[in-house]
Design a protein around this ligand. Structure first.
Ligand code: NDP
Length: 562
């Protein structure tokens, strides 16, 4: 048996220097971390472990870089993201092979989900960033009538701590990195100790791109290490933390930072349901087969290790035997094997610990009376493999239903009617994705009753992660804050400041201070102000005037004034 993944700690490497086997600075450094291939146990990379003073020094360097990055025009920051995307695109295959070697996922999935997803996020962020973060005039009808012009500008927060898991070592990292850099923040990046080599690969590309755009190298500081390094990082002088990982660690990070008044964005685990409806229209049998093939992909993609994967399958009671028979046949046909073998469907899990957790969850279900129709046995031999496992008759309260399962295990649960399906699907502390298969109208009505914020109809909500235009965010134990992708995360990683300017100060006949304060009668003042606000806010005259004349007049004036 191979030893479990050694802890892979690493130096507080700036993206510029990217030390490989370099000893971190001074006496504070201790030990080394080793990245291993989960399919073979072979060593991939060994890096030194950063110390507390290395972490704090990295944050200090990032703060200096953030000042410079904040002054870089939005167009330059967008160019940086496009350069990173170009580099990822032209090195996609070798990078995907590094992802496969360290994570155990198949090459196809590494290319489609990790690389393609990362490239799409970079390009989309570069496209929307300059507009979303631009300086702009704000419009207030009442303000305009009173001679006030308003303008806003977006400022970066400063230093963003980016803490990521191992399951999508390119895609998830870029989902945080792209908006953070676009908004003008310097990033201190702590990858999972199980994804160190991929972190180095990405940081090298970012370093080259920063150099090409004449931006400071410390705009990205790679700080590989274990949870202890994450703990030190979140104790440091950061301005925001973008965390993706488990609910337990995420909650701890949020509570700690909230107590210090530091904002967080958390993307956490999921126990996502897929509901198959009774009413499937047309050929019910064909619709069932289609839904099950989606369910199977949604469960087994990335070797079952995705936050938004299908983790609970709800089917009408009458369909249970047919569903179990079809899924058992399909799961037994799944090929478990080396991830680089093109015949492989499912590779190994990331670590011995992850496999032990999954197996304990399945044993818990078995002990409570669940039937294991296939899988559920740890195979002999090297690598952290686990076979696709189908469970039925799982009683409520079993760990496979109440906890997140991170591996190829699928419990099938019978329901009686739509409201029963909704109650079962919502009976979870997690709320991330859900998928409903069946008649589109019935599915849409049911989708509205689910607590998950990302719901797909006759599709897998998991696939939304590859669509950077659609914000991705969990609620309850699945997330907190703005989520990732799209404009909301750019807003969360910047601060918009609002400036007002009184232009009447230059007009002689209005050179007095605000006139309504000098009328002597407060009640009359208030009534008059209310009338002005009501008029400017809602009168039909104003509704006609505002778009046509006043707005253009004041905005033209405003751009001359500022
Ligand atoms: P963990 O929560 O164990 O770790 C996530 C990151 O946090 C790692 O870099 C980890 O370092 C670090 N960390 C651990 N302890 C601390 C601490 N005390 N303070 C600060 N940082 C710490 O999650 P996993 O890496 O196991 O990732 C799997 C989880 O991520 C699953 O629950 C999955 O659902 C979730 N996830 C959610 C996504 C979403 O978008 N909602 C997307 C992908 C995954 P280290 O690993 O080195 O110990």
């Amino acid at each position: 048996m191979h030893e479990p993944h050694a802890r892979i700690s690493a130096p507080p490497a700036t993206a510029a220097s990217l030390p490989d086997d370099v000893t971190p600075s001074g006496a504070c450094a201790s030990g080394a971390l080793i990245a291993r291939n989960p399919a073979t146990g072979d060593e991939i990379r060994r890096v030194p472990r950063p110390s507390a003073c290395d972490v704090h020094a990295a944050i200090a360097r990032a703060r200096l870089a953030s000042v410079c990055l904040a002054q870089a025009p939005l167009s330059v920051r967008a160019r940086l993201l496009r350069r990173i995307a170009d580099a990822l695109e032209s090195n996609a295959e070798p990078l995907a092979r590094r992802v496969v070697a360290e994570s155990g996922k198949t090459l196809a999935h590494a290319l489609e989900a990790d690389l393609a997803g990362a490239i799409a996020v970079l390009r989309h962020t570069a496209r929307i960033g300059p507009h979303a973060l631009s300086e702009r005039q704000e419009w207030s009808p009442a303000g305009a009538l009173l001679g006030r012009l308003h303008r806003s500008e977006s400022r970066p927060l400063g230093v963003v701590a980016l803490i990521t898991p191992w399951n999508y070592p390119m895609g998830i990292v870029v989902s945080g990195l792209a908006p953070a850099l676009m908004a003008g923040n310097a990033v201190v990046f702590k990858p999972s100790e199980l994804a160190i080599d991929c972190a180095y690969a990405l940081a090298e590309i970012v370093a080259d791109s920063l150099r090409a755009c004449s931006l400071p190298q410390d705009a990205l500081t790679l700080l590989p290490g274990d949870g202890a390094v994450g703990e030190i990082l979140t104790d440091g002088a950061i301005d925001h933390c973008l965390f993706t990982g488990s609910a337990a660690v995420g909650r701890r990070v949020r509570d700690k930072l909230t107590a210090r008044g530091i904002s967080t964005s958390l993307e956490l685990g999921g126990s996502c349901p897929l509901i198959l409806l009774e009413n499937r229209g047309g050929d019910r049998q064909a619709a069932l087969q289609t839904a099950l093939s989606y369910a199977l992909f949604g469960r087994l993609a990335n070797n079952g290790q995705a936050c938004g994967a299908v983790k609970r399958l709800y089917v009408p009671r009458a369909d249970v035997p047919a569903v179990l028979a079809a899924l058992e046949t399909a799961m037994r046909a799944v090929r478990l094997g080396p991830p680089l073998d093109s015949a492989t469907h499912v590779g190994p899990l990331i670590s011995d610990r992850q496999r032990a957790t999954l197996h304990a969850q399945i044993e818990d279900a078995r002990a409570r009376g669940a039937r294991i129709l296939c899988g559920g046995v740890i195979p002999e031999g090297p690598g952290w493999y686990y076979p696709p496992t189908l469970l039925s008759d799982v009683p409520p309260g079993a760990r496979v239903l109440t906890e997140e399962t991170f591996g190829p295990a699928l419990p099938v649960i019978a329901y009686d009617d739509a409201s029963h399906a909704v109650a079962l699907a919502n009976d979870s502390p997690y709320a991330l994705t859900a998928s409903v298969f069946g008649d589109p109208q019935e599915a849409a009505a049911l989708a509205r009753q689910l607590t998950a914020p990302l719901v797909a109809i006759n599709d897998l909500a998991l696939l939304n992660y590859s669509l950077p235009q659609i914000p991705w965010r969990g609620r309850q134990d699945s997330g907190w804050g703005a989520g990732v992708h799209g404009a909301p995360i750019l807003d969360a990683l910047s601060e918009r400041r609002y400036y007002s300017r009184n232009v009447t100060i230059r007009w002689p006949f209005l050179r007095k201070p605000p006139w309504h304060l000098h009328r002597g009668d407060c009640a009359q003042d208030a009534a008059f102000s209310a009338r002005v606000l009501a008029f400017t806010g809602g009168s039909p005259f104003w509704r006609w005037l505002r778009p046509s004349l006043a707005r253009g007049f004041f905005q033209r004036r405003a751009s001359r004034q500022w």
